[in-house]
Design a protein around this ligand. Structure first.
Ligand code: NAX
Length: 328
């Protein structure tokens, strides 16, 4: 049996935390031979810490063989100490009447502090995955505070969007979803994202030929995937939680599995026409556990793709401008 890895989770008493921690402790994220120590971080608030204690009691009650310890804390210094993975789920929610700029700045304060602390106290091989929205820009802010950890250690989650896109294509084609492949997400985790359907295949054939309905792909599929989060809120009265937790399990699992090709938001380095300094969703191939190479050869030269990439890039650049004074 391997020695335990330390997994820090912020927002651990929240909705996603409740769907996530049990999956990590059961081995779904790091595999059946990898013990874990969960370092659970919440805000310094009696109600939140009490709720966290309750979640920890339930984790105890699962008697997970792989769960070798838990730390419950409202301090980043304690929670991120020696963490191999930091999963940044907690964020400031958008309040009524709050402008996007205020949301960006409010979260900027959180991710500035967390980026600095992780850089200082986390493990040598530290990796960070951000779920808390606006996820791409929060990741950019946290990464900009790191002096020791390089930007490639900081990724944001767009895997929920990839999974949503795969499921929608399978439904439309009336096929088992395991036959849908090569559907990846470009850009921001927001309705502007681009699920580039032209590369997708269904049963080995181009999805555009199998579905044979370009108007549906452009005018229904893309918006349905982009606005799926809002549709879940409208139906459930609460935002996506189990599917978001599941997507984070996939994100980290695939980033720990050499050879996997999957969508994550990474520092763009200028690929696909994204500004070099934004964190944008794109396909990567995992090279060694925790590391990846950006796949730069997907053809996005058609007019529709160009328009979609330009729009989501403009949104990311606009977000960066709103938090410019917080970077670096
Ligand atoms: P909840 O409001 O249920 O839980 C958030 C938890 O985070 C709360 O318990 C809160 O006390 C804690 N928290 C807030 N600030 C913190 C900080 N600085 N340190 C530690 N803990 C902190 O939200 P939940 O539904 O769990 O969603 C969490 C975040 O995920 C939100 O920002 C949400 O917008 C985002 N999402 C991102 C998705 C993605 O695909 N990237 C999809 C799902 C989700 O909407």
């Amino acid at each position: 049996m391997n020695s335990p890895i330390r997994v820090a989770v912020t927002g651990a008493a929240g909705q996603i935390g409740y769907a996530l921690l049990f999956r990590i402790a059961s081995g779904a994220m790091f595999g059946p031979d990898q013990p874990v120590i969960l370092q659970l971080i919440e805000i310094p608030n009696e109600k939140a810490m009490k709720a966290l204690e309750g979640v920890a009691m339930e984790l105890d009650d699962c008697a997970f063989p792989l769960l070798k310890g838990m730390v419950l804390t409202d301090s980043g210094e304690v929670g991120f100490k020696d963490a191999n993975w930091s999963l940044l789920v907690g964020a400031k929610p958008r309040g009524p009447g709050m402008e996007r700029a205020d949301l960006l700045k409010g979260n900027g304060v959180i991710f500035t502090a967390q980026g600095e602390i992780i850089d200082r106290v986390a493990a040598e091989d530290a990796r960070v995955a951000v779920v808390g929205n606006p996820a791409n820009t929060n990741t950019m802010i946290a990464a900009s505070k790191a002096k020791r950890l390089t930007p490639d250690r900081f990724t944001a989650m767009v895997r929920l969007d990839q999974n949503r896109a795969q499921a929608q294509l399978a439904k439309k084609a009336g096929v088992d979803l395991t036959t849908v492949e090569d559907i990846y997400i470009w850009g921001n985790h927001s309705p502007s994202m681009y699920p580039a359907f032209r590369h997708a295949t269904i049963g080995g054939k181009p999805a555009v030929d199998v579905i044979n309905d370009n108007a549906w792909l452009e005018n229904e599929f893309c918006p349905v995937v982009g606005k799926r989060g809002a549709a879940i809120i409208a139906a459930r009265g609460l935002s996506s939680a189990a599917s978001a937790a599941n997507a984070l399990v996939d994100h980290v699992h695939d980033l720990m599995t050499p050879g996997k090709v999957h969508s994550i938001a990474v520092k763009s380095e200028g690929a696909y026409g994204f500004d070099p300094n934004v964190w944008a969703g794109m396909p990567v191939r995992t090279t060694t556990p925790g590391s990846y190479e950006i796949l730069k050869d997907y053809d996005l030269s058609d007019a529709f793709s160009q328009e979609k990439i330009a729009a989501t890039n403009a949104e990311l650049v606009g977000e960066r401008e709103m938090v410019a004074e917080m970077l670096g």
